[in-house]
Each structure stands twice: as structure tokens, then as C-alpha cells.
Design a protein around this ligand. Sequence first.
Ligand code: ADP
Ligand code: MG
Length: 270
Amino acid sequence: MIEFRNVTKTYPGGTAAVSEFSLTVPSHRTVALVGSSGSGKTTLLRMVNRMVEPTSGAVLIDDVDVATVGRVRLRRSIGYVLQAGGLLPHRTVADNVATVPVLTGTPRRAARMRALELLDRVGLDASVADRYPGQLSGGQQQRVGVARALAADPNILLMDEPFGAVDPVMRRELQHELRRLQADLGKTVVLVTHDIDEAFTVADEVVVLREHAQVAQVGTPAQILARPASDFVRRFVGLETARRELHPTTVDGRTILVDRDGRPAGVLAP
Ligand code: ADP
Ligand code: MG
């Protein structure tokens, strides 16, 4: 369980990135923090692994204030996936994945075995292990980033716009794979995104943020769509756009769902 207790972050120079933010993220759940650029998402995420220290308030993991845990130990115990994959370009894929296990004393051969196992887990062929990140596609690099974050078998996975740099088709595929992986592994995942559709696809619970990380609404995707808490949320999730409002209509004996403009969005399963 991750608990943000009334955290505030004011950067030197006076930017109030986060103002009195509180949230509990239950264990084994996937929570998405979603908001526009500059709403404080990255700042919130980095407070969990102490890459950013709050100006006031505290972040607790399983009731322990992270400020009391050594930074290095804390960071090695939490998986962190970045937008661009954050891979070391001059090291092979296997070495990238094995970085933390090697740092924490796992023998090389065992670390390599573990790396190969993790590559398989994220859907990559063992043949990529000895390539360099630059020789992989964007989607493959993101998978390697996820494998690396999982290498130390952390309970917590932090993901900062993890699929932002890949094309839309690959992005959908990675989102669905994250859900499958999460069903297998049961990590506590905090994912940051500006994309509400991504949040709705991957998260059990969604936190819609306004500026300064003010919470506009917390709920399941279904709850947020059914009862948006304000006009801000309604706009943010696109309830004012045609595509969210679906109506059934019958075509050739099947029930098709069309949006407000009459464009087909899907078909009702029989
Ligand atoms: P998001 O990830 O939602 O785009 P950030 O947490 O990166 O938001 O940033 C929130 C606000 O804090 C922005 O106004 C940003 O410019 C500012 N900010 C972020 N990091 C720093 C920093 N290291 N120093 C000063 N201001 C920062
Ligand atoms: Mg950010």
C-alpha cells in the first residue's frame, strides 16, 4: 500500500507543482494518475522513490515513511519505467535488464538467466538479449524497460507515460499486455499518463488531476464515466464529445453501437 499524506511540492523558484495531495493506493492494484501536462504527475510519482522530496507531507509504503529509508535501497526496491525506456545505449538488452540484480550481488550467470526469463515474460524473443537498445523498435524497447523494472522483483512498479513514445497500434498492444502481466504478477502499479483512454484501459482506479495535482475525481473508469464529479471531469474524459455517447442500432440483424454522430464504434456481443 502506498499512501500520499497531504504532500506538497514547491520547487526552488516557486513553482507549486503539488498542493496538499492525499491518496491511498491499495496493494496489488493498478492506479492511473491522469492529468494535463504540468499537473504534477511526474512529481507525485518521483516522491514515491525519493527522486523528489516533498516540501511538506509524507509518502508511506506499507506504513513506513519513505523519508526514513535509504534512497539507494528504496530505488532498487521499486521498479521504475520511463517514457523513452531509459535504457543504457552501450549495454546489451540482457545487461540492461540485469543492471539491478548485478548491482545487488547476483552472480552474472544467474542474472543473465533471470534477464532471459523476464524478456520472455514481457513477450520478447531470447534473440534480442545480445542486441543493443538502438537495434530494437520503440515497442520492443518499452518491453525491455518493463523487464528491467521487474528484475529485482519489486512489489511496486512506477510507470511514467510508459507508452508515450510508441505508435498508437503498438501502444494499444502494450496497454493490453500490461493488464495481462499485472493479472499474473499482482504488483502495485502507479501509472502516470495524460491519456484518459490509456488510464481507462490499464487501471483499476483512475485519479483525475487538475493543476497542482488537485484531485478532481477518484473512481473506477466505469464510475467516472457514469458519474463525472464536475464539468472539468466531464470535459477531461471527453463526455462532451460524440464518441463517448453510444446508442444501439440494428444493422442486418446485429446490434451496432454508434456514437452521437452516427459513426459505428463497435458491435454488441451476441
Ligand atoms: P507533469 O508530469 O504532470 O507534466 P510535473 O510534475 O513534471 O508535471 O511538473 C509540475 C510542475 O512543476 C510544472 O509546472 C513543471 O514545470 C514544474 N517542475 C517540474 N520539475 C521541476 C523542477 N525540477 N524544477 C522546477 N520546476 C519543476
Ligand atoms: Mg510528466
